[in-house]
Design a protein around this ligand. Structure first.
Ligand code: ADP
Length: 585
């Protein structure tokens, strides 16, 4: 896709409005050119003494009418053209966001949030500027510029040619400077992305910074990036700062030419005094198109570069996609089968294939409860992520009710699974919205059951506004355990046949944890439940427990079977029993 194709549809869609805007813009240009004509007539009439009060009044009235018309049509073009550029901006933003949502988890592993934010703000703004003011400046440079030259030539060709001598210099200077500006601007953009990311990270990690007393270091670090950003901006200012005075100098050179040569022609009587004054006015009108010429190249270049960057993001293909032949799976019982599954985050690259999971074979019958334990980094979370195809397996197959997950439409596959991640994410809003995800179909009693099941009832009772309590940045700060339980209640409300839970009781006390596990156990036979946990109490009642180590299944069996040996499960279980003091029976 050529990047220009990105904006073409919006132009096509708004064709009538744009045409209307362009016609209004051209009318404004023509009317502007009319004013020097009025000045010429007034001056000529005055110098020849041919005018009276009524004549002057007529000229004055004409000027007011022209000014009113200019005002009216200027409003129309601004409304139409700048309005369209806002619609282009909106369209690209929606397109970008929709596309980002289709991209796979691996893309977000690679790309920094700050970069994406810069695309969503700066780049889109640049495209808006180029399609709005860029179009206006281009039109003015061409229409107003050429028409002014035409009107000047109508007065006197020789003088016009003389005045035009500095113009190629203006064009060349504009070209040179705009190229430099573009280069500088890119550096500013890159530095802005870095700065945004650094600040975002520090705000997200403010608790760690405080607890380690790193405030000073972090302020210095942000300052370092701020200074770099200022430096890059100053670099840009140096260029723009020399560009505009240079333009000013060159246009005034033309004025000097008119004063000298035009003055002489007036003395000689080749042109009238009115022509001389009108000529200077036309020159004044030429200044903007000349500036516009420089500006527009700059605007369009910036817009083009931003459009290229946006188009790069939009061209990124998600790794996890529906095959054309992928099918819907309306009903499932919920049996999961992993057939020789291997996975590496960087895929099967020749240089360093580092599998996180190796040859995992596993069958989870429908309606059963599987516990996954193992040391940190053994691949437990990764394994959960493979089931709803957050990532694709590198080797081997995963089957849901005997269907390869790659042959099922993603939307359909994921509708059968609910995944509660280790670090749940809450949206800005109240607790109710966060649990129901604003699904109006959820009945109040199912909501209460889910809250009960997630052992969240007591917590909500103590909240100032109960379910309506606002959480997150603008409200109450929740503990990790409370967040976990909100995410769990959210999951319990979805009718998915398979429930995937990543360490769901890692941040709650023993009693609450037991309540949650009892809720999950009560679902035996109705839902397939797969729990990753480092707390053995969460999985001890599971139908089957597997231990992962370095991406391989090293133990498998129910609690009693695994307790017979003295391997990872049994060892950790006994240790936790002592440390946490829970009752093994
Ligand atoms: P566990 O859940 O058992 O603690 P994980 O599945 O989270 O283990 O991680 C297994 C391995 O994969 C670790 O070595 C970890 O560093 C690596 N890993 C996890 N997530 C990613 C990722 N997004 N990109 C690259 N490597 C990852």
């Amino acid at each position: 896709m050529k990047s220009l194709d990105l904006i073409k549809p919006y132009f096509r869609e708004n064709r009538t409005v744009i045409t209307f805007g362009m016609i209004s813009l051209i009318i404004v240009d023509v009317l502007q050119l009319f004013i020097p004509r009025i000045i010429k007539w007034v001056v000529d009439d005055l110098t020849s003494g041919q005018t009276d009060n009524a004549g002057l009044l007529r000229y004055a009235a004409t000027t007011v009418v022209v000014a009113l018309l200019i005002g009216l049509f200027r409003f129309i073009w601004r409304y139409c053209l700048l309005g369209t550029s806002r619609r282009v901006e909106e369209g690209i933003r929606n397109h970008l966001f929709t596309h980002l949502q289709t991209l796979s988890a691996s893309y977000f592993d690679r790309v920094r949030t700050g970069d994406l934010m810069a695309h969503a703000t700066n780049d889109i703004q640049q495209v808006r500027m180029a399609t709005g003011m860029g179009l206006v400046a281009l039109n003015d440079a061409v229409v107003l510029g050429l028409a002014a030259i035409g009107f000047m030539a109508y007065i006197n060709v020789t003088l016009t040619l003389l005045v035009l001598i500095p113009m190629p210099c203006i064009a060349l200077a504009a070209r040179y400077f705009s190229r430099k500006m573009h280069y500088r601007y890119q550096k500013v953009q890159a530095s802005f992305a870095e700065l945004t990311e650094v600040v975002r990270e520090r705000i997200a990690g403010v608790r760690v910074i405080k607890s380690y007393g790193l405030e000073k270091n972090e302020v210095d670090r942000v300052d370092e990036f701020s200074r770099k950003y200022v430096k890059e901006n100053l670099g840009l200012v140096k260029i723009t700062g020399s560009f505009f005075p240079m333009m000013f100098l060159l246009t005034n050179l033309s004025l000097a030419i008119v004063i000298y040569f035009g003055g002489r022609q007036t003395i000689r009587g080749t042109i009238t005094t009115g022509d001389f004054v009108a000529f200077i006015s036309y020159l004044g009108l030429m200044t903007w198109p000349m500036m516009a010429l420089g500006w527009v190249t700059n605007l369009i270049q910036r817009g083009r570069a931003s459009l290229d960057r946006l188009s790069n993001v939009l061209q990124t293909q998600p790794h996890v996609v529906d095959k054309p032949s992928a099918k819907l799976l309306p009903k499932v019982v919920g049996e999961m089968l992993l057939d020789n599954v291997s996975f590496a985050y960087n895929g099967k690259q020749k240089s360093g294939y580092r599998p996180v999971l190796s040859s995992v074979n596993l069958r989870v019958p429908a309606g059963t409860f599987l516990g996954i334990v193992g040391p940190p980094g053994s691949g437990k979370t990764t394994l959960l992520n493979l089931l709803p195809r957050i990532y694709n397996t590198t080797d081997g197959r995963i089957l849901l009710d005997g269907n390869d997950v790659n042959d099922i439409r993603l939307h359909s596959l994921r509708s059968h699974m609910t995944f509660v991640p280790q670090e749940p994410f809450l949206f800005a809003g109240n607790i109710r919205q966060n649990i129901t995800l604003e699904n109006p179909a959820i009945a109040e009693n199912s909501l209460m059951d889910a809250i009960d099941g997630a052992a969240l009832d007591e917590t909500i009772r103590t909240m100032p506004n109960g379910l309506e309590t606002i959480v997150g940045e603008k409200g109450i700060v929740l503990s990790g355990g409370q967040k976990q339980r909100i995410a769990l209640a959210r999951a319990l409300l979805t009718p998915a046949e398979i429930l995937l839970l990543d360490d769901p009781i890692s941040q709650v006390d023993l009693e609450t944890g037991t309540r949650i596990i009892n809720t999950l156990r009560s679902m035996a036979g109705t839902r397939t439940i797969i729990i990753v946990s480092h707390r053995m109490s969460a999985v001890r009642h599971a139908d089957r427990i597997i231990t992962l180590k370095d991406g391989r299944i090293v133990e498998s069996g129910d609690h009693n079977e695994l307790m017979t040996g003295n391997r990872y499960y049994a060892g950790t279980y006994r240790l936790q029993e002592i440390v946490e003091g829970w009752d093994a029976n």
